[in-house]
Design a protein around this ligand. Structure first.
Ligand SMILES: Cc1ncc(COP(=O)(O)O)c(C=O)c1O
Length: 356
């Protein structure tokens, strides 16, 4: 079978070498005679998986010692609630930069717990530009932004705001490039785009922000998971194992190589779109995402025809988000350069056919 290039926004591709390793170990993990899927999360072998995944992340993201790494469930979406529940307790107010659906969902949850001040919003332009951040008001428990807007194809190239407790949803660009963890109070991301498969959410949180004296249910307190080394209850064990494997692969490959590859993939695709007379992308160049490239023919029927046509080139899952339409190619870490080249080939062939 030819390899398929899966441009899905998530769950997304996992590197084939990582998959093969997982396949090799699937039935008999480290000569135990059982699969990691069947193993107790209290076993020493499984605890080693958790600790290795943590150490890998600490190394890859250069996470300082005063930060805790937690592995939680409930998707990135549960963080929309856990963040205000745990952190909105001094002023009962927080600043949010609204750059799309995912920040809006986080805003809606935060409003249940306190006052939300919107410090920048670009809904008016259909989220096609990144919002400028206004001066932050005083008395905010934290300030919140989404680093990459998966749906609209926009991405902050620099951290857009400054606050002692800065929160970032990095679900769709975590470990696609280096970032400065120390500028943040909390970073979170679901694993299913750049770091493996669905089921585990990574939370990197500064230790002084983890408080026990919050009136929050046990499972929803960061302190609970910190004390239990993320093993308070049965974790998504297979997802954690895949996270360990993917982070091993990232370490072997090197974040510098991954970063360069990601830049290269995005630049050749944007170049192809910009040179095309059929396809276009109307995101301001500085705001364009390196992870999710949106483009369109501006004709829904032609878009649909191209999505079908691209399958002949082994390029699948390029349909845009339902509210945006058009196409979206997600170029997460595991998407090889060959996949992007193949997509460009499909675009050229389709364009030539349309002109005939
Ligand atoms: C930026 C961003 N935040 C949050 C989410 C929600 O993630 P989950 O489905 O893991 O709850 C997504 C999902 O695609 C996302 O792209």
């Amino acid at each position: 079978m030819n390899p398929l290039y899966n441009f899905s926004a998530g769950p997304a591709m996992v590197d084939p070498a990582v998959m093969r390793q997982i396949q090799d170990e699937l039935l008999n993990y480290k000569d135990t005679g059982m699969s990691i899927m069947e193993m107790s999360h209290r076993s020493a072998l499984f605890e080693a998986v958790v600790n290795d995944a943590k150490n890998n992340l600490r190394q890859l993201m250069q996470i300082p010692d005063n930060y805790e790494i937690l592995f939680l469930q409930g998707g990135a979406s549960l963080q929309f609630s856990m963040i205000p529940m745990n952190l909105m307790h001094t002023h009962k107010a927080a600043a949010y930069l609204n750059s799309g659906v995912w920040s809006q969902k986080a805003i809606d949850e935060a409003k249940r717990h306190g006052e939300v001040i919107i410090v920048g919003d670009n809904a008016e332009v259909g989220y096609k530009r990144l919002p400028e951040c206004n001066v932050l008001p005083l008395g905010m428990d934290y300030a919140y932004y989404v680093s990459n807007n998966t749906i609209y194809g926009t991405q902050f190239k620099q951290i857009p705001m400054d606050h002692a407790v800065l929160i970032a949803d990095m679900s769709s660009d975590i470990l696609s490039k280096p970032i400065d963890v120390s500028k943040h109070g909390l970073i979170f991301a679901g694993a299913q785009k750049n770091l493996g498969i669905a089921g585990v959410t990574i939370v990197v949180i500064r230790k002084d922000l983890i408080r026990e004296d919050v009136d929050v249910d046990t499972m929803l307190r960061y302190a609970t998971h910190q004390k239990a080394n993320s093993l308070y209850n049965t974790p998504a064990s297979f997802s954690l194992y895949v996270l360990k494997k993917v982070t091993d692969w990232l370490l072997e490959t090197g974040l510098e190589t991954i970063t360069k590859r990601n830049e290269h993939k995005a630049s050749i695709l944007y170049e192809a779109i910009d040179k095309s007379t059929l396809f276009s992308n109307d995101i301001k160049v500085e705001d364009r995402s390196l992870m999710n490239v949106v483009f369109t023919t501006n004709n829904p029927k032609l878009d649909e025809a191209f999505i079908s046509f691209a399958k002949k080139y082994d390029c699948v899952n390029i349909k845009g988000y339902r509210s945006v339409g058009g196409m979206r190619a997600s170029l997460y870490n595991a998407m090889p350069i060959e996949g992007v080249k193949k997509l460009i080939e499909a675009m050229h062939a389709f364009e030539a056919g349309v002109k005939l």
